[in-house]
Design a protein around this ligand. Structure first.
Ligand code: FAD
Ligand code: SF4
Length: 471
């Protein structure tokens, strides 16, 4: 029987149901119930199968979205997983954390009048279901070579690079300074967005495929980079960006002021049972918390503070709500969980008491002005509008700048003016640095961005490495 292409008229978009707010706030589990198979099949059927699928163009890894939606619609989850892994190394992660409203779903033809196809949730459902059914990537056709590549960093860029290399018969050995793989997937993004068992399962699967992990090993400190360069046919750097951006205002270093990442990592360490010393835990229980910033990291900090039983949590952002750079979905979730928002406010300094401890943030109101060079409207300060927002703890979540290793220069790895490693996508070999044997990708090359763009660069860099090695 021919497909009913008007299915989207009769079947409404549904998102996976969320758990009750009280359950969400009581712990760090993911907040969505999984779709049932029949819900996933029905939602997949809403796809129009456009001749020129905009969703696929907008997806940074150009997933074959209409094709795997069609397979999901037929209940063929294993075939769908097989297909989705042809373009994406971590589809179950992207389905959970991609800002779909700005990417695939944002460009779905059904978007304005009928509600986009729930592409992200179905992508997650396909992989989760296939794994539960026992599916694993088929490595039986791989012809092994004698080549081996070192990968520094087990974040999404490094993992994606390793995935493509191993499927081409090259042995990847992935080094990371942390004790678990995932990079910011594990030690950044909180478990209410991405449960850590998802990454543990991936580690098992990647290990079965032939990827070797050497963890708790910081290259440049525990292991000399020269040893790495000598032992391998090529090296991929996927080391991320870790320098927290500062506000540049007074008392930023006061007691009670925290940077976003150490706060999130201390919480994750406790959730994962990795905490070494209870004194390392940054606790917001019983505190009035103000988080400065407006991106995904900010939403993660406010929602973590809520779960730690803060008395109140306020996000203070210098532009308006429409200009927030993060995912709309996470702003909605934060609001539902009790986070308050102060838009169009800019911090002037941290108010402190006589002991030097933070007691509030001095803010000034702003209004939206003319667009800047990047097209974003600038916040313009409103005169005489200063006020103090009370706080027992202030978290600064202004994003991250590149943090290149000091030893890069010794190996002729050139940086751009912002400190990002120069590794052009369209060089002789994709993502090759100025040292021919060394490739790089992810946040350290493009600047702090997204999981899916890091995956994309890791995969393309692997193609560059294969070309370079003549495999
Ligand atoms: P990373 O994930 O940073 O991984 C780099 C790895 O390199 C780390 O494991 C690190 O330990 C290791 N490393 C560094 N130096 C060394 C060394 N010398 N030796 C050994 N190992 C080393 N993106 C989204 O798409 N959706 C989200 O919801 C989202 N939320 C985010 C929330 C937070 C709090 C943060 C900080 C980021 C978020 N992002 C999100 C962005 C996303 O996580 C990053 O863009 C992505 O992880 C970058 O991948 P990467 O592989 O380049 O680097
Ligand atoms: Fe959408 Fe991200 Fe999946 Fe691409 S990888 S289809 S952008 S959720």
């Amino acid at each position: 029987m021919a497909k009913n292409v008007y299915q989207f008229v009769d079947v409404e978009r549904i998102d996976p149901p969320k758990k009750p707010i009280s359950d969400r706030k009581a712990g760090f589990a993911e907040i969505y119930h999984p779709l049932t198979n029949s819900q996933a099949e029905g939602q997949a059927d809403r796809c129009l199968d456009c001749g020129n699928p905009y969703c696929e163009w907008k997806c940074p890894v150009h997933n074959y979205i209409p094709q795997w939606l069609a397979l999901a619609n037929e209940g063929k989850f294993i075939e769908a997983a097989e297909l989705s892994h042809k373009t994406n190394s971590l589809p179950e992660v992207c389905g959970r954390v991609c800002p779909q409203d700005r990417l695939c779903e944002g460009d779905c033809t059904l978007n304005d009048d009928f509600g986009a196809v729930t592409i992200g949730s179905i992508e997650k459902h396909i992989t989760d279901t296939a794994f539960k059914m026992g599916w694993r990537p088929d490595m039986s056709g791989v012809t092994w070579t004698d080549k081996k590549v070192a990968i520094i960093g087990a974040g999404p860029a490094g993992l994606a690079c390793a995935d493509v290399l191993v499927r081409n018969g090259v042995k990847p050995v992935v080094y990371d300074k942390y004790e678990e793989i995932g990079g910011l997937l594990t030690f950044g993004i909180p478990s209410f967005k991405l449960e850590k068992d998802v990454i543990k399962l991936r580690r098992e699967i990647f290990t079965e495929m032939g990827i070797e992990f050497v963890l708790n090993t910081e290259v440049g400190k525990d292991l000399d980079f020269q040893e790495v360069v000598d032992q391998y046919d090529a090296v991929f750097l996927g080391m991320g960006t870790y320098k927290s951006m500062k506000g540049g205002f007074d008392n930023e270093g006061a007691k009670g002021v925290y940077e976003a990442l150490p706060f999130l990592i201390s919480n994750t360490n406790r959730v994962m049972g990795l905490e070494k010393d209870a004194a390392d835990f940054i606790d917001m229980k019983g505190k009035k918390v103000v988080v400065l910033g407006g991106g995904d990291t900010t939403m993660d900090c406010v929602r973590t503070s809520i779960r730690q039983n803060a008395t109140s949590v306020t996000c203070a952002y210098r532009r308006d709500e429409q200009s927030m750079p993060g995912s709309r979905r996470e702003v909605v979730n934060a609001r539902e969980e009790g986070v308050e928002f102060e838009f169009n406010v800019q911090p002037l300094d941290i108010a402190v008491d006589e002991t030097g401890k933070a007691v509030g943030v001095k803010l000034v109101r702003t209004e939206m002005g003319e667009p800047d060079a990047a097209g974003r409207r600038r916040p313009v300060v409103v005169e005489d509008s200063e006020f103090v927002l009370e706080a027992d703890a202030v978290i600064i979540a202004f994003g991250f700048q590149p943090s290149p290793a000091p030893w890069f220069a010794d190996y002729g790895i050139i940086l751009d003016e912002k400190g990002r490693v120069r590794a052009p996508a369209k060089g002789k070999f994709a993502y090759q640095t100025s040292n021919p044997k060394i490739f790089a990708g992810g946040d350290m090359v493009r600047g702090s961005d997204l999981v899916v763009t890091a995956i994309d660069e890791g995969r393309k860099a692997a193609d560059g490495i294969l070309d370079y090695m003549g495999v």
